[in-house]
Design a protein around this ligand. Structure first.
Ligand SMILES: Nc1ncnc2c1ncn2[C@@H]1O[C@H](COP(=O)(O)OP(=O)(O)OP(=O)(O)O)[C@@H](O)[C@H]1O
Ligand SMILES: [Mg+2]
Length: 510
């Protein structure tokens, strides 16, 4: 053994985070928090958006240096100055966002992630070893596929496999199932659970899904506004207990009743076709209509063309053929048309697709045309104060947790970025709303709020196209439901006349 290099801990370690405090300037993101993860256990970390969950685990991983507090790994205090130190102790983390390089294959991503990767890689040998490794693993991934060509679910499996391949024995998963279907989530978590039971792994999982906590976790810790709000054995708790601990005295938004009249067709797609980045057909002959005062839901397993469909509607991708009409007019997704028809868009990954990360929360809310050049034109300076007041009002109304309106939006927690985009897109008069997985990564209080907003927009007469991978959400909100499979609409039903099983069957292509 090389002298000076700490040995990997034996077995699978537990972690104690003691009296953790983390300040960002004046703001206290973690206030004297304690977290104890028993070795060989599956531990869930719960809390509202912005409660401090990601901050806590980033402190454990050495990405942040806590203002105060200490971390014990396997009962011994450790100075974790950076992620490399954490890795050396066998700690690994799977993030809320993807970290694989899209242009490389799965095998390349795995091998090149190693600390000891040689300057010249013997690929035939590495591939052989990888295959042997995969054979021992509970889930399979296509080693030779490019990451850009595999589905979100497969990418997430690769992220987890990468950690196991790198021999991490304590895995931190930050909302690992938000990109998975319920069946995929059960598969992945079930397999991880088996590894925990077999004594091969300790898991700390951040999630917003009580179902997953109840089914897979042994223990739970709950944060509220940066403080420890509660902890215990999952077997002793109900989802309701946990929900109440999470939100304290806050009230949940009540979903408005489904009211109002269905009016004329607002959005009409005829025989729309579009390609994916690799030039393959992603959207195939899609025809549908959405009328005012109606929510049309599109269900589908991630990777079946819904992303490309939304990109065409939002002007990020050109259609190959077919026609889109809004209120009867031909539509090419230009800014001008969107403004004219009062169209709003809630895209996936809002930080990337709908914000300027370095700009303030207030500016991101105030300016829909964040990615254009009105900033250069100078005209908006005239209205700056008015915009600003309006942005501050929306921050309050949508309960966006930000230190100040001037904080860069990239510093907000995932759920609060989402709320900010919502405040901007739903704050005004909306005639057509296109939403793609609008509640991805949100806590249940935020989900209730956003569902209520979408329903309210519908009740005010908006035509809503809701593309989602969350079947519960689709069944709750939609007036009509469709299923997209391999780029085609393969099923349509009125919401009251269908059910989860029926939709699930069509999603799987049967
Ligand atoms: N680098 C940073 N600079 C300033 N403030 C930050 C930074 N990182 C996090 N915060 C703030 O700390 C608080 C906690 O954020 P964190 O990301 O830990 O929340 P979270 O519990 O993971 O929420 P979510 O469920 O939305 O992911 C938030 O109010 C956030 O704005
Ligand atoms: Mg987080």
């Amino acid at each position: 053994m090389i002298i000076g290099e700490p040995p990997l801990p034996e077995g699978t370690p537990g972690i104690d985070a003691i009296a953790m405090t983390m300040r960002f300037g004046e703001f206290v993101a973690l206030d004297n928090v304690e977290l104890k993860v028993r070795p060989g256990s599956f531990h869930a970390l719960l809390g509202e958006n912005g409660a401090g969950k990601s901050t806590l685990v980033k402190c454990i991983m050495g990405y942040y240096h806590p203002t105060a507090g200490s971390i014990l790994v396997g009962g011994r205090e450790q100075a974790i100055a950076n992620p490399k130190d954490a890795h050396a102790l066998g700690l690994g983390m799977v993030y809320q966002h993807f970290t694989l390089v899209p242009a490389m294959t799965v095998a390349e991503n795995l091998v090149l992630a190693r600390d000891d990767v040689p300057a010249i890689v013997n690929w035939p040998r590495e591939k052989k070893e990888l295959e042997a490794f995969l054979a021992r693993m509970p889930f399979k991934v296509p080693l030779n596929a490019r990451v850009s060509d595999i589905s979100a679910g497969e990418r997430q499996k690769c992220e987890i496999l990468k950690q196991l391949y790198l021999k991490r024995r304590f895995l931190i998963l930050d909302e690992p199932t938000s990109v998975l279907t319920p069946a995929e989530a059960d598969e992945v978590l079930g397999m991880l659970r088996n590894m925990v039971v077999a004594g091969e792994l300790t898991i700390l999982m951040i999630t917003h899904k009580f179902r997953e906590v109840m089914a897979f976790a042994d223990d739970v810790t709950i944060l509220r506004r940066g403080k420890l709000a509660g902890h215990g054995r999952v077997a002793d708790l109900t989802p309701d207990d946990m929900a109440r601990t999470m939100i304290g005295a806050e009230e949940l938004t009540v979903q408005p009743a489904r009211i109002g009249e269905v009016t004329a067709t607002r959005l009409e797609l005829s025989k729309l076709n579009a390609l994916d980045d690799a030039g393959a057909v992603a959207v195939h002959d899609i025809s549908l209509t959405v009328r005012g005062g109606e929510i049309v839901g599109i269900a589908g397993v991630s990777g079946n063309g819904q992303r490309q469909l939304v990109e065409v509607l939002s002007g990020q991708r050109e259609a190959e053929s077919g026609e889109i009409r809004v209120a009867g007019d031909l539509y090419h997704a230009s800014r001008e048309e969107m403004r004219q028809h009062k169209m709003s868009l809630l895209p996936e990954e809002p930080l990337k697709n709908a914000c300027v990360g370095g700009m303030s929360v207030a500016d991101n809310i105030a300016f829909r045309e964040f990615d254009r050049a009105p900033f250069a034109s100078g005209g908006w300076w005239l209205n700056r104060a008015a915009f600003r007041t309006e942005a501050e009002r929306k921050i309050g109304l949508y309960k966006i947790k930000t230190r100040t309106p001037d904080t860069p939006i990239a510093a907000l927690s995932g759920g609060n970025v989402q709320r900010a985009v919502l405040a901007r897109e739903l704050g005004g008069d909306v005639e057509v709303l296109i939403a793609a997985n609008p509640c991805f990564g949100l806590d249940f209080a935020a989900v209730a709020q956003i569902h209520a907003e979408i329903m309210a927009a519908r009740n005010r007469g908006a035509a809503v196209l809701l593309v989602s991978e969350d079947l519960d959400e689709l069944l709750e909100l939609s007036d009509r439901l469709m299923v997209i499979f391999h780029g085609e609409l393969v099923y349509e039903a009125r919401a009251g006349e269908t059910n989860l099983t029926e939709i699930g069957r069509h999603m799987a292509g049967h």
